[in-house]
Design a protein around this ligand. Sequence first.
Ligand SMILES: C[S@@+](CC[C@H](N)C(=O)[O-])C[C@H]1O[C@@H](n2cnc3c(N)ncnc32)[C@H](O)[C@@H]1O
Length: 156
Amino acid sequence: MSERSGTPADDPFRGRHPTSHERMTGLPWDASYHDGPAPWDIGRPQPAIVRLASKGGFTGAVLDAGCGTGENALHVASLGLSVLGVDVAETALAIAREKADARGIDVEFAAADAFQLERLRRRFETVLDCGLFLDGDERTRYVASLTSVTKHDGTL
Ligand SMILES: C[S@@+](CC[C@H](N)C(=O)[O-])C[C@H]1O[C@@H](n2cnc3c(N)ncnc32)[C@H](O)[C@@H]1O
């Protein structure tokens, strides 16, 4: 797989660099959501996130980086916090928005690359990351990206 493939119209990566996971599998993240739930999608928030939330682990504006179909973001938003979930997988985002509508939960979901969070032009007090699957130099790029959207003393 090339780093950037095809024209803008047929580029499954929409101009961004494929992640290490996408290069390894040969598929864009979005494909994980095409044939039913992805293996990590348990249809409810991850127990660790529920525990963390119950102990006050989320404060202020919250960013869920790599939110998938949104269960974690929806849980935190249901507690009254302001939450933006971002992902590169449009199919996952569509499912997340449907759940938010069906449950009447006020939460935002948007397409964004975790390596280019500065494009959001927003700041968050807490960033939730549940399984972005980063490798090698991606971690360094991710930290730089996180720095651009976290407030001083923010929590990841
Ligand atoms: C293992 S899944 C976890 C999804 C969700 N956090 C959960 O707990 O169910 C990783 C998610 O991160 C997203 N992702 C991977 N790389 C990303 C990137 N560079 N920017 C935004 N989202 C990304 C994938 O599309 C996928 O939805």
